[in-house]
Design a binder for this molecule. Structure first.
Ligand code: PLP
Length: 376
């Protein structure tokens, strides 16, 4: 069946006991054994609570993976991958441009555990190839499209390079979502999501997820790590996540259509640079057209000009519809000045505003921006 069908019905969820078409929320942390002291199903909630397990099955189906695991946040999921994959003396590659908090954590983790670490321009295949240390590099981590400039990494090409060097490829696919890109089909070994964003979709649940192509040793190690350390989600969070995933395709297709429309309109305004993979002006538009389906995502950035951050901050202060808040992927459109958030040694340009397009009417979103930009 098509992913829309699987998502809308949460894998044809019908409760066996009652016929309920909304999965029940089992708050119980423990589950009684049968008369022969055998487990009837789950035994304890840390790995086996029914709603989180249901959410994992849905996400694995949407990504076309062998299995999925949900975590207490996107960061918990991402950090688990590095900790499961790396021993002292190993080497990892991470993107120069990408989710800022992960880069900070990686620097501390690698320094403390003696793991070699290179920040690489993963849009440049020659640079990836040069950074790989065959036999020593365990993991290549990429994010595509990458925060906050939305540059793309060629997943098939990087997967081939990583595999030839004996490394695995893990992809932060938070902003692409399975609607636009299914990284496992392009050769990735692991997909990571901040489910806090599009999968949850309503800015009301913090969660992370991993999806694996194969049930291999790394996956077993990841399962052990989550079991031991307990970075899992509760039934309420899992319920919200399941509920969010039911409308994933409708939400993401709509917000991504609005993002495309806005990107074209904003690019026509004077003295604005728009960064969006759907525009012909995007340096990797051809790759985006090949690697992304059903649109180019709901994230875009604009550069409003000016030497420092002042013009961009002025625009934010004049907006009335766009909400000035961090995060992305919710039903409400958000604007963020990443430069202010990331601090002095960020690679993010000071005049850049990151836009997360939600489900409002496009005219309201455009008019708000047009007026705020006109007063620069
Ligand atoms: C938000 C985000 C994360 C971190 O996820 P949390 O759920 O906030 O821990 C990782 N990667 C990307 C691309 C994100 O947007």
């Amino acid at each position: 069946m098509k992913p829309e069908t699987l998502a809308a019905q949460a894998l044809h969820a019908i409760d066996a006991a009652t016929g309920a078409i909304v999965p029940p929320i089992h708050l119980s942390t423990t589950f009684a054994r049968d008369a022969d002291y055998q487990p009837r199903g789950p035994t304890y909630a840390r790995d086996e609570s029914p709603a989180p397990v249901h959410a994992e099955r849905v996400l694995a189906a949407l990504e076309g993976g062998a299995a999925a695991m949900v975590f207490s946040s996107g960061m918990a999921a991402a950090c688990a991958v590095f900790r499961a994959a790396c021993r002292p003396g190993d080497h990892v590659i991470a993107p120069r441009v990408g989710y800022y908090a992960l880069r900070g954590w990686l620097e501390r983790f690698c320094a403390r555990w003696g793991v070699g670490f290179d920040l690489v321009d993963t849009t440049d295949l020659a640079a990836v190839k040069a950074a790989l240390r065959p036999g020593t590099t365990r993991l290549v981590w990429v994010e595509t499209p990458a925060n906050p400039t939305w540059e793309l990494t060629d997943l098939s090409a990087v997967a081939a390079l990583a595999h030839a060097a004996g490394a695995r490829l893990a992809v932060d696919s938070t902003t692409a979502t399975p609607v636009h890109t299914r990284p496992l089909e392009h050769g990735a070994d692991l997909v990571m999501h901040s489910a806090t964003k599009y999968l949850g979709g309503h800015s009301d649940v913090l969660a992370g997820a991993l999806v694996t192509a194969k049930l291999d040793d790394t996956w077993a190690e990841l399962a052990q790590l989550r079991h031991d350390e307990g970075a899992c989600i509760g039934p309420m969070e899992a319920y919200l996540l399941l509920r969010g995933m039911r409308t994933l395709y409708a939400r993401v297709e709509r917000s991504s259509r609005t993002a495309f429309w806005l990107a074209e309109r904003l690019a026509a305004l004077p003295d604005i640079t728009v960064r969006y993979p759907g525009l012909g002006s995007h340096p990797q538009h051809a790759l985006a057209a090949r690697q992304m389906q059903r649109g180019y995502g709901s994230m875009l950035s604009i550069q409003v000009g000016g030497a420092g951050p002042d013009a961009a901050l002025g625009v934010i202060k004049r907006l009335r519809v766009w909400v000035p808040a961090t995060s992305l992927g919710g039903v409400e459109s958000l604007v963020e000045h990443r430069y202010s958030v990331e601090g002095a040694n960020t690679p993010t340009p000071p005049d850049l505003l990151r836009l997360s397009v939600g489900l409002e009417h496009e005219d309201d979103l455009y008019e708000d921006l047009r007026l705020a930009l006109a007063q620069r």
